[in-house]
Design a binder for this molecule. Structure first.
Ligand SMILES: Cc1ncc(COP(=O)(O)O)c(C=O)c1O
Length: 431
């Protein structure tokens, strides 16, 4: 009995794939500390969650104060001040007219809720999504997700009524932005002619910047084109801002870059700086068509999470984090483009604000997955945390916290350059 060692890691389900062996004991700003004190520069932000930086003092204070006052005030039984304050804060930053809110816990839960809302509000069953989309891993959101087969293989058959159109990923097609935009809009119209009748189509669900699918920024007129198609057929435009929201792209929400107002917007991740909270915003007249009691949840709108969200929104506004995201994002892309000129294997550098990607492509045009993974591993050895994304995982995504400074950007790019140089020298350049 004495010599049996209990290893807790062995008791955690392996379905949770791991990028690092780190056991994070604490974190502050852009840094995460392992149990042995090793410091890592975190350019993942926990997959776009800690936009205000880890443990921002004002967010921590709000959480501590609220936890001492009221932790759980179940929304069907009572409302609480942080919930009321949050809707006031959100109303001021969400696109015009989206003045009514519902809250849940995860991104997937909110996307699923948004589809339920769209179905009841329109009385129509079908939803159009885009190739490369990631909307979650629950039953319905798996069916909405097309970024990788891993998210659906072994779980088929998935819910029906979902139709997939191409996302304007110009680099993959090898076309100009204009050609790609025109093609993808035509394909949506084609779906409405051939597979899902407009009068049976409740919603077009779109990520204003593709997240897990490869950090792809659509051409400038794409979202406006979707808006036009939706208006023509009384279809609801649903924006999934789970990853792109809360300052990530240098605006509160990525869709603002395109001058488009959706009918429904889904948010999560950056909303509460790490406490589980997600939300759906829509016009009140739309929300009034959602049968009371037909959707809900025990924990949605948790008091501590709402207090964290209120503090998060105030910090982003008061500390000029949108402007910083634009400034530092431009610096990051400029540095990465300079590297691209020296390393042709960096096929594409793209992004908006601090939602930035470097896609690796081998000389024969195939995705250089092996290299991207080797570079991320090399960065980890240099104490920089980065993630990959895209169908082939050959795209490195850069997701630093919004208060990131110029020195941290330079440090990260230097580590990346070093790791890339080493990976290429050791023959990792292929796919
Ligand atoms: C755009 C988008 N939608 C939905 C989700 C699902 O969110 P969650 O993992 O909180 O369920 C994600 C998660 O990465 C996402 O990026």
């Amino acid at each position: 009995m004495d010599n049996i060692v209990f290893t807790p890691e062995a008791h955690i389900a392996p379905v949770w794939t791991r990028y690092t062996p780190i056991v994070a004991e604490r974190a502050e700003g852009a840094y995460v500390y392992d149990r042995d004190g090793t410091r890592y520069l975190d350019f993942t932000s926990g997959i776009g969650v800690t936009n205000t930086g880890h443990c921002h003092p004002k967010v921590v204070q709000a959480i501590q104060e609220q936890a001492a006052r009221l932790i759980h005030g179940q929304a069907n039984i009572v409302f609480h001040p942080p919930l009321l304050e949050l809707v006031e804060e959100l109303q001021a930053i969400t696109p015009a007219g989206l003045d009514c809110f519902f809250f849940s816990n995860s991104g997937a839960e909110a996307v699923e809720g948004a589809v339920k809302l769209a179905r009841q509000a329109t009385g129509r069953p079908n939803v159009i999504v885009f190739q490369g989309s990631f909307h979650g891993r629950t039953g319905l959101t798996m069916a909405l997700t097309t970024s990788k087969t891993i998210y659906r293989a072994g779980y088929q058959p998935l819910p029906a009524g979902i139709f997939v159109a191409p996302y304007p990923y110009a680099y993959r097609y090898g076309w100009s932005a204009e050609e790609t935009e025109a093609f993808c809009l035509r394909e949506v119209e084609f779906l409405l002619k051939t597979q899902t009748a407009p009068w049976e189509t409740a919603a077009i669900l779109v990520e204003p910047v593709l997240g897990e699918g490869g950090y792809v920024v659509p051409p400038p007129g794409f979202l406006a084109g979707l808006r036009r198609i939706c208006d023509e057929h009384a279809i609801l435009l649903v924006a999934d801002e789970v990853q792109s929201g809360f300052g990530r792209t240098g605006k509160w929400f990525a869709i603002e870059h395109f001058g488009v107002v959706p009918d429904i917007m889904v948010m999560a991740k950056g909303l509460a700086s790490g406490l589980p909270l997600s939300g759906i915003a829509a016009r009140r007249e739309l929300m009034e068509r959602w049968t009371p009691g037909s959707h809900g949840g025990t924990y949605g709108g948790n008091a501590v999470a709402c207090a964290a969200a209120v503090a998060t929104i105030r910090v982003i506004g008061e500390e000029g984090l949108l402007e910083n995201a634009q400034r530092q994002g431009a610096r990051l892309r400029q540095r990465l483009r300079a590297l691209q000129a020296r390393f042709p294997v960096i096929g594409d550098v793209r992004g908006l604000g601090l939602m930035v990607a470097t896609e690796f492509t081998a000389a024969d045009g195939t995705p250089a997955t092996h290299l991207a993974k080797a570079v991320v591993k090399g960065c980890l050895q240099r104490r920089l945390l980065l993630l990959t994304c895209g169908p082939w995982d050959n795209t490195v995504r850069w997701v630093p916290p919004l208060p990131v400074n110029a020195e941290q950007i330079e440090e990260a790019v230097a580590a990346f350059e070093d790791a890339l140089g080493q990976a290429l020298a050791s023959g990792e350049g292929g796919a």
